[in-house]
Design a binder for this molecule. Structure first.
Ligand code: FAD
Length: 279
């Protein structure tokens, strides 16, 4: 199963142009409302469920924003989409979870960086990206079957197929976590793709390279847990993930490390470019 195959297919609605009084509409999926309307570069905005789901299903981390005592916070969290809702989870004692569960206004953003766009002028540099911004309020998920489905989705969002390989949460573990759902009701997607925009400008005469440096998520060689018993091979889910997005050193999965399906954890290394004395 690929990431984009998760979840049921959703209907696609064509967005309509904003009209008078449209700012009062609370649900915009398939429509455009004032506060979710992409105003800068509006041609990059999308509002249909297919576009929203595609970004949500490709991402790993959501930034969830809310206001507490007049102070905005923006907290990174894992998430999963099931149908028309985005689920997050955390400790029942978490400030973020406790506050969001009261239904305060929230904003959830998922960003995928696809490339760096290098132009001839500093001004025209840009990034290729896909991002989704969802507005609304979370609700607490209390039904056992919905909670279990959300747990499965959290696991599979990160590693498709992993849920089927591992022990399911027991009653105590289920209780320790709070699960919240944000309906996909008011949302926008913005996408930038393609080369720099100065190909047809006087700057194109300059002897400076221009183009796109694509960015991809890759996985390194697996590092087996120090307590992993010998003879246990790398799980199929992890193997599929690595083979689909292999990074340097992962092409010879069968040869690396020991019989525990991975090499020992690497020593943390200093990134030379980030260790400049004045950096
Ligand atoms: C990639 C990623 C995925 C995560 N997934 C989850 C998840 O699925 N569920 C979950 O509950 N938590 C997750 N976390 C941790 C999450 O970001 C919060 O730390 C956690 O939810 C506690 O939030 P809180 O507001 O209750 O914490 P508190 O400890 O009450 O936060 C107090 C303050 O600490 C600071 N702070 C809190 N978290 C962070 C942070 N991550 N980075 C920098 N400063 C911070 C902020 O200033 C915050 O206002 C994830 C973090 C990362 C980076």
């Amino acid at each position: 199963m690929t990431r984009s195959e998760r979840g049921p297919a959703d209907p696609i609605h064509a967005p309509a142009a904003p009209g008078p009084g449209v700012g009062r509409i609370k649900r915009n999926v398939g429509r455009v409302i004032e506060r979710s309307h992409v105003r800068r570069q509006p041609s990059r905005g999308r509002y249909d469920l297919a576009a929203i789901n595609a970004v949500l299903d490709a991402g790993y981390v959501a930034h969830v924003a809310f206001v507490q005592d007049n102070q905005p916070f923006c907290i990174p969290m894992l998430y999963a989409r099931i149908g028309r809702a985005v689920y997050v989870h955390g400790s029942s004692a978490s400030r973020t979870i406790r506050l969001l569960s009261t239904g305060v206004p929230a904003c959830l953003t998922v960003t995928i960086l696809d490339g760096l766009v290098l132009a001839r002028s500093a001004f025209e540099h840009s990034a290729n990206y896909r991002s989704a911004v969802l507005l609304g309020a979370f609700r607490r998920v209390d039904r056992d079957d919905e909670r279990l489905a959300a747990f499965a989705a959290f696991t599979n969002q990160v590693i498709p197929g992993r849920w089927a390989e591992v022990r399911e949460p027991n009653r105590q573990e289920l209780k320790a976590s709070q699960i919240l759902a944000l309906p996909i009701a008011e949302a926008s997607v913005k996408v930038r793709s393609g080369p720099p925009t100065d190909d047809d400008s006087p700057d194109a005469e300059r002897d400076v390279w221009a183009g796109v440096l694509p960015l991809h998520t890759i996985y390194g060689p697996p590092e087996a847990a120090s307590g992993l018993r010998s003879g246990i091979p790398l799980s199929q889910s992890a193997r599929r993930l690595i083979e689909g997005h292999a990074g340097p050193g992962t092409s010879q999965l069968d040869q690396i490390g020991d019989d525990r399906g991975g090499r020992p954890p690497a020593e943390p290394d200093r990134h030379p470019e980030r260790d400049e004395p004045n950096g």
